[in-house]
Each structure stands twice: as structure tokens, then as C-alpha cells.
Design a protein around this ligand. Structure first.
Ligand code: ZN
Length: 358
């Protein structure tokens, strides 16, 4: 199934890893939202720029404006602008085909980078950078898609869990990370956030942020939840130590337990370092969100990449820089010890670099 889709990508690019793009490939990039449609990109005089063939650049196309203008001076614009400028492909020596294949494998496969490196034939350092760029796209997507869950009478299960605390099979102990989450029982809509601790001061604001008032919240007896009844929620408790399903009330938190299991299985495919948990969790949520909304993850990923890198919107450019400054920071600095001497396969989790496109 996947390999067929990968073949489809190569077909779009006429089975060429590099070189001038066909008109069909260009249209596909526009359909994915990665480059502007004709009419969307304006020159600095406000004319619509046109996309035309150009032999002196690797992709074979360029934006031009040759419109005439009148004013104090009369002339024609005669402007050129690179196809890649301001897009997801900007500042990279990789071909667009390589970047698309990388993105596809990153979204659809997960797991170690070496498979992607083998397929795309890009060097490891570049792959590590693109791993980070892709992570940024899913973190960005979480800001666009994160909605509150629950509502009057709707059951929401909440719970905390520690992920990544097992010793990894290579022998590196991995520090655990507390995460807090909630899931709407009927729809499986969920939120998951890494937390520093499980105190009421930490958890209550998150509940108010992610769970709509009037929801029926089901939790365990953890004391941080004691005042939920006073916060506009209906609160039901389940005693985990005694039973998974309360025999009298039928209350249970099986849905969130299932969410944690699914999350842990997903994370186990990666070399886990604590500072990247947020990136992994965001990818997990992104894939779940696509699934719940019947969206194709790869196409959704490209759509968000196109929103994060939108050359037609200079405001977005500024927002992106701010966003990247924020997200370039390690998410959970607490308790992160100095990076261990790592074997080569863990290097793919190099800390986020200062923005550097390769
Ligand atoms: Zn112009």
C-alpha cells in the first residue's frame, strides 16, 4: 500500500529525483498547497506574478512580472522570483522530489531515519535537519487543529500517565515524562500535553483549557481533581486500585487507558529522548486527528507545511519566525541531563538547531 503511494510520488516527478519539474508536477505542488496558485503571488507593485519555464534554475520554473506600470516613472516590472522562495523548499539543496519523498516517509512510516536516508539518498546531517522541519510542521498543525473536547453531558475521561520510563533495549535509561490527557468517549477526540508535575495547579488550568464546561469528567481519585464539581463539570470517579469498571456505577476510564497504550506503542518506534517527546506526541495527535477526520495524513501534512511556509503572506513569514523561535527551544527542559554519548543511530534526534535549511 505504502510502496504504491511512494511509486505514485515518483510518477508525479516522472521518476526523476532532480531536474526541471514537469507541468504536471507543478500543478500537483499547487494542489498540495506547497506553492502558490497563479494569481496568488503578487510583485511588490501588486501585479499578479506569472509562473513560467526558466532554464537557469534547478526546478526549471520561475515567477515573473513583466507588467507595465505608469507613475512618475513608466516602465515594466521585469521582476523574477525563485519558485522556492518563502516555500517549504526554500534554502535547500535537495530536489523537490527528495523533499516530498522525505515528507511522505516521515509521515507515513515513522521509525528510524535510516530507511528514509536510504530511499532519498540524502546525507544524514541533512536528514536530521529535515526531521526537525517536519516535526515543526506537526507542532504547527497542533496549534491549528487543537480544539476543546467535551460539552454539556458529554463524557470525557481524563488521566495522567508517565511515558518513556522503561529502560530502552540499548541500555540507555530513558527518563519518564508525565503527560496529561483527555479523550471524548464517543468520538475519541483527544488532547495530550506533557506536564512537569501532576499538581492541581498544573492540571486544573489544562482541564479548563481543553475541556468544555458542562462535560461529564471521569477520572481516578487523584486529589488534583477534587474540585472539578465546583468548576462547572460533573465529576465521576473510578477507583483504579479496586476495579477498572466500577461495578455499581459502570464508570470506567478504559478509553483513556487505550489512548495511553496506543501512544506508548507509537513512541516505542523511536529512539526516545525526553526533549523530543513533545514532537512525538504532536505527531501522534496529528495522525489521530487525521484518522478521526478521515483525512489523508500525507496530504494534510503538506497542507500544513504550505500554511507554515506561505510566500503569499508576509504576516505568516513573521508568525513562522516567532513560532520557530518558540519551538526551537527544547519543550521540556526540566530534568534533562546533558546529552549522553550517543551511538550513531541516536543522532537523528539531534537537538533542534538554530534555523538552518539544508
Ligand atoms: Zn509587477
Amino acid at each position: 500500500m505504502e510502496s504504491v503511494e511512494l511509486l505514485e510520488i515518483y510518477k508525479i516527478f516522472d521518476y526523476k529525483r532532480s531536474g526541471a519539474l514537469s507541468e504536471g508536477a507543478l500543478h500537483q505542488l499547487q494542489k498540495w498547497g506547497l506553492i502558490p496558485d497563479v494569481g496568488q503571488l503578487k510583485c511588490n507593485r501588486g501585479h499578479c506574478m506569472e509562473l513560467g519555464p526558466y532554464v537557469d534554475c534547478c526546478d526549471g520554473w520561475i515567477w515573473r512580472c513583466q507588467k507595465k506600470f505608469r507613475g512618475r516613472r513608466t516602465g515594466s516590472c521585469n521582476l523574477k522570483r525563485s519558485l522556492r522562495k518563502g516555500t517549504f523548499f526554500d534554502n535547500s539543496h535537495l530536489s523537490i522530489c527528495q523533499i516530498i519523498v522525505f515528507s511522505f516517509m516521515w509521515v507515513e512510516r515513522g521509525g528510524p531515519l535510516k530507511d528514509i536516508i536510504r530511499e532519498t539518498k540524502i546525507d544524514k546531517r541533512t536528514a536530521v535537519d529535515w526531521n526537525n522541519f517536519c516535526r515543526e510542521v506537526v507542532v504547527f498543525s497542533s496549534f491549528q487543529t487543537q480544539l476543546q473536547i467535551g460539552g454539556p453531558g458529554i463524557i470525557v475521561e481524563i488521566d495522567e500517565s508517565k511515558i518513556g520510563k522503561r529502560k530502552y533495549h540499548r541500555g540507555h535509561p530513558v527518563e519518564g515524562q508525565w503527560v496529561f490527557g483527555g479523550v471524548e468517549r464517543e468520538t475519541n477526540k483527544c488532547f495530550i500535553v506533557p506536564v512537569q508535575d501532576r499538581s492541581k495547579e498544573t492540571l486544573l488550568p489544562l482541564i479548563k483549557k481543553y475541556v468544555r464546561p458542562g462535560s461529564v469528567i471521569i477520572s481516578d481519585f487523584w486529589k488534583a481533581y477534587d474540585t472539578l464539581d465546583e468548576e462547572g463539570y460533573t465529576h465521576r470517579k473510578v477507583n483504579h486500585s479496586e476495579h477498572f469498571v466500577d461495578p455499581e456505577t459502570g464508570h470506567h476510564t478504559n478509553t483513556i487507558e487505550g489512548l495511553w497504550r496506543h501512544l506508548k506503542v507509537s513512541l516505542s518506534a523511536y529512539n526516545r529522548r525526553k526533549i523530543f517527546f513533545n514532537g512525538y506526541i504532536q505527531k501522534f495527535i496529528f495522525l489521530r486527528w487525521c484518522h478521526a477526520n478521515l483525512k489523508n495524513p500525507f496530504e494534510e501534512f503538506l497542507r500544513f507545511a504550505g500554511q507554515l511556509y506561505d510566500p503569499t503572506n508576509s504576516k505568516v513569514e513573521k508568525q513562522r519566525q516567532e513560532f520557530q523561535m518558540d519551538s526551537a527551544e527544547p519543550y521540556m527542559v526540566l530534568e534533562v541531563s546533558a546529552p549522553e554519548e550517543s551511538d550513531s543511530s541516536e543522532d537523528e534526534d539531534a537537538p533542534p538547531q538554530k534555523r538552518r535549511r539544508t
